[in-house]
Write a protein that binds this ligand. Structure first.
Ligand SMILES: Cc1cc2nc3c(=O)[nH]c(=O)nc-3n(C[C@H](O)[C@H](O)[C@H](O)COP(=O)(O)OP(=O)(O)OC[C@H]3O[C@@H](n4cnc5c(N)ncnc54)[C@H](O)[C@@H]3O)c2cc1C
Length: 304
């Protein structure tokens, strides 16, 4: 890969790029080595220019929102990480339409909507993701999912072309979207909500959060449910029935509280998580003939 980023990057306010940023600080599971270059995106023009410059130089790009569904290799990412966070999180209302940038957090969006008596996002309040990551993943919970509230998604192709996809064009399916399939960069979206009552929405969100606290190991770093729900089964139930609760590799463990969660007991490496994932997959396959597929996105899969 190109070692010298030179000219074009300087024109992109090079001083805003950081080198060797620890990705463990940007993932909720708290593992992952350094990013060779890191840009905390502050605006569309800057993000676009950075992506195009990387493409022009053959530099691989990794997009990161809140890092709550990411497992990054201990060796890090030898390319450019573009982070969509607080600097890319504007939101505004126009009647029933909530427009937001990719870095806006789902919780903030759900509370903002509730404050304005708008329903549709209560399901998302406890999902610790950004809007961009949630749209790519078609995140969902409590019978809701992003596809139910999306009117359109503003994207950038890896060639730097701005496209707006309708809900249908975004091709949402279970934990899947066209943005994921085609590696589109999500810049923002328009969500179409329905009239609701502030008090009722806050009560619903509090109820959902209580259920999470009861069932999920929220005190430990994790990436949420590690595996997708296999058709006809629940991943957590299969793992539990295979007797794998508490199975530990290094600092990574199958949660005792919810077997679908792999948690970081402290000091875990991505290599630990990959070894644990492999063991869980093997043993569930042996026992039930079901192949569990990770929901978590693996970057540099070996963890080496
Ligand atoms: C405690 C806990 C509970 C969870 N509960 C749920 C749940 O109930 N339901 C659920 O669906 N998920 C759940 N998750 C998983 C996770 O929160 C969701 O998948 C979330 O939507 C990911 O958003 P993110 O911003 O963290 O994405 P990231 O982890 O940063 O990224 C996820 C994927 O999206 C890509 N991406 C990120 N931003 C962009 C962008 N702007 N443009 C293009 N691609 C981008 C990344 O490259 C990666 O492939 C949970 C996670 C945790 C830790």
């Amino acid at each position: 890969m190109t070692g010298d980023l030179g000219g074009a990057w300087q024109a992109l306010r090079e001083r805003r790029f950081e080198a060797s940023v620890r990705l463990a600080d940007y993932t909720t599971i708290r593992t992952g080595g350094p990013a060779r270059w890191f840009l905390d995106a502050r605006g569309e023009d800057e993000a676009t220019a950075a992506l195009l410059a990387a493409k022009g130089r053959g530099v691989p790009v990794l997009l990161v929102g809140n890092g709550s569904n990411l497992l990054v290799s201990d060796g890090g990412f030898d390319g450019l990480v573009v982070h969509f966070g607080e600097g890319f999180a504007r939101m505004s209302l126009d009647g029933l339409r909530l427009r937001a940038q990719a870095g806006a957090m789902l919780k903030a969006l759900a509370f903002f909507a509730a404050e304005h008596n708008l329903a549709g996002l209560a399901f998302a309040a406890g999902i610790p993701g950004s809007l961009g990551g949630a749209l790519v993943m078609n995140a969902g919970a409590f019978n809701g999912e992003m596809s139910q509230v999306v009117e359109s998604v503003d994207c950038l192709t890896r060639d730097g072309l701005r496209v707006t996809l309708s809900n249908r064009e975004a091709d949402f399916a279970y934990r899947h979207s066209r943005m994921m399939e085609e590696g589109l960069v999500v810049l923002g979206a328009t969500l179409l909500l329905t009239p609701g009552s502030r008090e009722a929405l806050h009560a619903t969100m509090a109820g959902f959060q209580e259920m999470r606290r009861e069932k999920q190991p929220l005190a430990w770093p994790s990436a949420g449910s590690f595996f997708k729900r296999p058709p006809g089964y629940f991943a957590g139930a299969l793992i539990e029935q295979a007797g794998l609760k508490g199975l530990t590799v290094g600092g990574a463990q199958v949660s005792e509280k919810h077997a679908g969660f792999l948690i970081n007991l402290g000091g875990a490496t991505t290599r630990d998580f990959i070894a644990l994932k492999d063991q869980v997959q093997e043993r569930v396959l042996e026992r039930f003939g079901v192949r569990l597929e990770p929901e978590v996105r693996l970057v540099g899969e070996t963890g080496a």
